[in-house]
Unconditional design. Structure first.
Length: 106
């Protein structure tokens, strides 16, 4: 019986050392996964930020084009009223000279 106690102690000691190694390896594996997840999260956040900036830029361009369209429509309305006023005064020569100055779009 005196010989079994040191053998059992040695077996348990190696079991504890093996368990410690296994737990350390498992913790290291989880750390690597956490680091990879963090890297992917940062990449996704960067892509999201780039998309939001791009989206904001496009929204500003759309608003600018809408303002330009509205301004052009107001100008067209104003010019049509001015043309109608000129026609009322019987100024056909002025009308034809105004029309001749307009270059057709290709």
């Amino acid at each position: 019986m005196d010989y079994y106690l040191p053998v059992a102690t040695m077996v348990l000691l190696f079991a504890v050392i093996g368990g410690k190694f296994y737990v350390g390896a498992a913790i290291e594996k989880v750390r690597k996964r956490a680091i990879e997840a963090e890297v992917q999260m940062r990449k996704a956040r960067g892509a999201l930020k780039a998309f939001e900036e791009s989206n904001a830029t496009e929204a500003r361009l759309i608003k600018a084009k809408e303002r330009k369209k509205l301004t052009t429509e107001k100008q067209i309305t104003k010019l049509k009223a001015e043309l109608a006023a000129l026609e009322d005064h019987g100024s056909a020569t002025v009308k034809s000279s105004l029309i001749d100055k307009i270059e057709p779009k290709s």
